[in-house]
Design a protein around this ligand. Structure first.
Ligand SMILES: Nc1ncnc2c1ncn2[C@@H]1O[C@H](COP(=O)(O)OP(=O)(O)OP(=O)(O)O)[C@@H](O)[C@H]1O
Ligand SMILES: O=C(O)[C@@H](O)C(=O)CO
Length: 413
């Protein structure tokens, strides 16, 4: 059984959807469960909210997740992080990978955030988004993890205790046996990590074969998809559900390039309200006011949207005025409290945008875990809470097409 530790909730639903699609019966757990899992599955994904936590907290959470997965029968482990890496030189991917390797008594793994279906590829160790380097893709303006460097070897060397080497695309083209031989060479030379190039899906298929015997694998959901395809023998998932039509809300806390486009497109068609940071900080009645506004619009054809999403220039000004961490924290908490009130008032479907935003909303709603439904876009499935019929779509910042919010609602029956 495959056990996945995902560093945020959108990332967790991203990989869970690809595992499901590629034939593994998968469940997504929210946080480290207190109870053992009774359901029989082939993969378990644990969603953490550890991506932007201090190193020691991220390590502690990840090790707890690892222990629970081991206790529940998992034998191979996958550390899932963002396909845009979302971890600066001070980030925790390296330290968490160091800790997981040490705990598993292993000394080598791969670093492969590639997700070609969504334009994330790796060449000579550099991460690309579409046709441009990560640090030219808009990710350099990310509110929490501004990615100023696209070189994964350099980022890992800045973060991790273990040294990082490179397996180039030319090596991957030669096939899985050659990749394994490169791993052996790197290990021999004292490297703990190999950034492995993947310029397209065929390279991920090769890599999935090459990592089959590694106890710990790390990367985005792309490699996970190909590992699942191998493990399931090429089966495809079949019984994916879609939600019923019902009271729905869109909550957008991502400032990514794509979310900005999606929010602008949706504003043309649906009721919308901007979440104002100053109000969130200073008006004790603000959540109630937002809640009342949403309530007034819940019966409209398209779901009302509350959004904090702003373009980079506005984000910079807000962060300068209020402090980046303070602004993020306040916005996330406002969304969490608003979601809680809406859930209590009977909202059936939540569409949230942004990893941190989605994570805090799900944590606040307190669902133990999710069943995985049909994909709305690559990496964004419909989810159904294990304990009740509430459905959610947790959209990663840069995933989905421009009409994502409307398209997701169009799938409801
Ligand atoms: N107007 C704003 N001003 C300041 N901070 C904001 C604003 N809008 C959103 N934020 C903060 O920016 C962060 C966005 O992170 P989030 O993970 O939700 O989105 P993302 O990084 O685009 O998504 P993903 O992690 O899925 O790629 C959140 O902490 C959010 O509260
Ligand atoms: O890998 C991705 O890009 C996403 O699943 C994600 O982690 C966004 O938070």
């Amino acid at each position: 059984m495959l056990g996945v530790i995902a560093d945020d909730f959108t990332g967790a639903s991203d990989i869970a959807s690809f595992l499901t699609e590629n034939g593994l019966k998968t469940v997504q757990m929210n946080g480290v469960p207190r109870q053992p899992l009774l359901e029989k599955v082939e993969a378990i994904v644990i969603s953490l909210k550890s991506r932007s936590n201090p190193v020691n907290e991220a390590i502690e959470q990840s090790l707890q997740a690892l222990h629970w997965l081991q206790d529940n029968g998992c034998e191979q482990f996958y550390f899932k992080y963002c396909s845009t890496f979302d971890s600066t030189e001070k980030g925790n991917i390296g330290p968490v990978a160091d800790a997981l390797l040490a705990e598993l008594k292993e000394n080598f793994t791969v670093i492969t955030p590639a997700l070609p279906v969504n334009g994330r590829t790796i060449f000579n160790g550099y991460l690309f988004v579409g046709n441009v380097l990560l640090n030219e893709s808009g990710m350099q303006n990310h509110p929490i993890t501004p990615m100023k460097d696209a070189n994964l070897v350099r980022l890992m060397d800045a973060q991790a205790q273990g040294k990082t080497g490179l397996v180039t695309s030319a090596d991957v083209f030669k096939g899985a046996e050659n990749v394994k031989a490169r791993f052996a060479e790197l290990k021999e030379q004292g490297f703990s990590y190999a950034v492995v190039d993947a310029v397209d899906n065929s390279q991920l298929a090769v890599l999935a074969e090459a990592v089959a015997d590694l106890k710990l694998v790390t990367g985005g959901s792309g490699l996970g998809a190909y590992m699942a395809a191998r493990l399931s023998g090429g089966k495809k998932g079949d019984n994916a559900f879609v939600p019923n039509k019902g009271k729905t809300v869109v909550l957008s806390g991502s400032c990514s390039v794509m979310t900005n486009k999606q929010v602008n497109a949706y504003k043309e068609e649906a009721s919308h309200k901007h979440l104002d940071v100053e109000q969130a900080l200073n008006n004790p009645n603000y959540v109630e006011e937002l809640y009342q506004w949403v309530n007034e619009h819940l019966n409209e054809e398209l779901a009302p949207m509350v959004y904090a999403t702003v373009p980079p220039e506005d984000l910079k000004a807000i962060q300068q005025k209020f402090g980046a961490e303070r602004a993020s924290y306040t916005i996330e908490n406002t969304f969490a409290k608003l979601a809680q009130k809406l859930h209590a008032a009977g909202v059936a479907n939540f569409i949230t945008a942004g990893g941190e935003t989605s994570s805090i909303v799900v944590q606040q709603l307190g669902f133990a875990g999710f069943e995985i439904g049909k994909q709305i876009a690559p990496g964004v499935p419909w989810l159904k809470a294990l304990s009740e019929p509430t459905c959610l779509a947790l959209k990663s910042g840069n995933f989905g097409k421009e009409d994502f919010f409307k398209f997701a609602q169009g799938m409801m029956l």
